[in-house]
Design a protein around this ligand. Structure first.
Ligand code: ATP
Ligand code: MG
Length: 407
């Protein structure tokens, strides 16, 4: 019997194993000695009942991998039966199906609180939440998979991680893949590998054409921020998406370059994203977000230097609005911008946005809320005031302003 170990230090070994299994139309974890959570989630996604893939996962109990897959709820993930209690609090959360637009934030919040319950708001928790929301949103917005995606996460301190626990996040779907999602707006992209590399750059998105810095809902920054976080924390990022794979392993050395395959190596029938970071390497969320703001600012030529987002006490006649209504729901953020912020700016009336309840904001959310309003504020010369933003949120607001007015 074959006894591979499917570990994230060699994700291509997993795709090789999966290719043979897909060819046979079935797999069993009885062939596998040890499998990390990313491999189990990736298999679960293609074995889902109702999936377009013809793929059967046979029950397995003879190996550690089979027992682990069962313990973290692979059977329910495949059948679509309701979720079950987390297998091991503090270590692993069960596989969760996420479909549609609604639950990105609540699912992410729940996963973070199950996995890091004892220290709920350490930097790792904020980063982890941010990464989860961006990846789940991508499945909902871009994958076209009617079944949605499967998300799983783990604090891994076994085997190679003994003594240096790592946080691992995996999101898998069986949708159209990154190349297909991007190519219509970016005809210059000719191959799946090129699409993966470009998708990690700032302001590259299938939602708006080249030369623009955002559509209403997307800024093309989700994967850029995630890959910068992986680099900043000496982590790993693995993407496999129809026709290509991208693997950046900064755990080995800070200079390691990504390994990219195109067509010649086994791929994933959909999009698989695995993010890993050593818990000990996660600095402050604020520090990482400021670094990313500076990095993005370097790449965005500035049209003007005057700031239309003011981080100071607003005039007394300002309308104060609490930014919480639309927390992490980009559709609601756009509605809020259209119905509350823009009419106020158009009347040249002062508005103050109060971020007191938002400790973590993703770029996508702030973009949907403010990209167009910042441009309007600039055009009409009406500043917007921001109060009670944490330093991390302020850094991200400055990033939105930078690119909204840049170029
Ligand atoms: N799961 C996925 N399936 C298919 N395509 C994807 C998936 N995830 C990302 N992509 C493609 O990669 C592009 C870049 O993703 P990224 O998250 O960086 O930006 P975005 O989602 O367009 O904008 P933002 O995240 O700022 O809202 C997407 O526009 C989409 O074309
Ligand atoms: Mg995105």
């Amino acid at each position: 019997m074959m006894q591979p170990r499917l570990q994230l230090d060699d994700p291509h070994a997993f795709l090789g194993w999966l290719a043979a299994a897909r060819e046979a139309g079935r797999a069993s974890f009885d062939d596998v000695h040890v499998a990390q959570v990313f491999a189990i989630a990736a298999v679960a996604a293609i074995a889902r009942r109702g999936s377009r893939m013809k793929f059967e996962l046979e029950p397995a109990a003879a190996t550690g991998a089979g027992r682990f897959a069962h313990a973290i709820g692979i059977d329910e993930a495949i059948s679509g039966a309701g979720g079950r209690a987390p297998a091991e609090r503090d270590r692993t959360v069960t596989l969760t199906r996420v479909r549609g637009r609604g639950p990105w934030e609540s699912v992410s919040e729940q996963i973070v609180s199950l996995l890091l319950p004892t220290k709920p708001w350490v930097p790792a928790a904020d980063l982890f939440y941010h990464v989860l929301v961006e990846l789940l949103r991508n499945v909902g917005q871009h994958s076209n998979d009617p079944l949605g995606g499967i998300v799983a996460a783990q604090v891994n301190d076994a085997g190679p991680y003994a003594g240096a626990p790592a946080l691992q996040v995996v999101v898998a779907d069986n949708g159209i893949g990154v190349f297909e999602a991007l190519r219509h707006m970016r005809p210059s992209i000719k191959t799946p590998a090129e699409a993966l590399v470009r998708a990690l750059e700032p302001h590259v998105s299938g939602a708006f054409p080249e030369g623009e810095s955002g559509s209403g809902e997307n800024a093309g920054l989700g994967l850029f921020v995630i890959s910068e976080v992986a680099k900043e924390t000496d982590g790993r990022l693995f993407l496999a998406s129809r026709g290509a794979t991208y693997f950046l392993d900064r755990s080995v050395s800070p200079d390691t370059q990504p390994v990219i395959t195109n067509g010649e190596a086994p791929d994933y029938p959909g999009t698989l994203v695995v993010f890993e970071t050593a818990m000990a390497h996660v600095g402050s969320y604020e520090g990482i977000m400021k670094h990313i703001r500076d990095l993005a600012a370097e790449r965005t030529p500035k049209r003007i230097t005057y700031r239309w987002l003011r981080f100071e006490e607003p005039p007394t006649d300002s309308l104060r609005v609490l930014v919480a209504v639309a927390s992490e729901d980009t559709g609601a953020a756009m509605t809020f911008a259209t119905t509350v912020i823009k009419p106020r700016l158009l009347r040249h009336e002062s508005i103050a946005l109060d971020f007191r309840t938002m400790r973590v904001c993703t770029q996508s959310f702030l973009h949907a809320l403010l990209h167009e309003s910042v441009r309007l504020a600039w055009a009409l010369k009406v500043p917007m005031f921001v109060v009670n933003a944490t330093p991390a949120v302020q850094a991200q607001l400055e990033l939105v302003e930078g690119y909204s007015l840049g170029g």
